[in-house]
Write a protein that binds this ligand. Sequence first.
Ligand SMILES: O=C(CO)[C@H](O)[C@H](O)COP(=O)(O)O
Length: 232
Amino acid sequence: MNMDQLKRQAAARALDEVRDGMQLGLGTGSTAKHFVELLGERVAAGLNVIGVPTSEATRADAERCGVPLTTLDEIDHLDITVDGADEIDPQLNLIKGGGGALLREKIVAAASDRMIVIADDTKWVPTLGRFPLPVEVIPFGLGATRRAIEKAFVECGVSGQMAVRKAKDGHVFVTDGGHWIVDAQLGRIADPASLAKALSAIPGVVEHGLFIGLASSAVLAGGEGIRVIERR
Ligand SMILES: O=C(CO)[C@H](O)[C@H](O)COP(=O)(O)O
């Protein structure tokens, strides 16, 4: 089975948790896209749900698949958010934002009763940090923000190169919120909760890709089948 088939399997398993009448957060990325497509098939067959997309890309996918959409201004909570991740550790802390949607993804996950992470099992790691940590920043005063981020890294015992993310066309990548992303190659984040707190305290940082205590469960698809891990 190839990687894409594994992603679809994980998405299909998460769909088992969806019930009629639910309000759903719809994640971003190639794995979440499978979930939106499968959900669209169920909607076409009569399932009544409504979704909040975590990016303009997911909004377009959901519209194409016929999934009804709303916003967090029109409804007061979400039952489940189903989203992918770039890394998942055994405490179900995550690195997200490889697709650049971390800000909306975190807002939507935090507004949800449950967050189900779906992934192929290569995303499962003993310690976060091999995947570059995305930090969403305001372009104004970026030099000062970078220095403050470096200081936070030192205080939290990590270090590594930082680079402003570029789009495929070579221009700076701009998020749906109009911000930039700095990717930090940290290698190993021993204390992700402390680093998350330190980054959140920096004025020019809009959000970062450490999702601490947000995921309720992870559905991991691998060569030997599907593993569902619940947060203790
Ligand atoms: O955080 C994300 C987007 O901001 C994605 O969930 C993450 O990058 C995983 O993507 P994929 O399912 O394509 O591997």
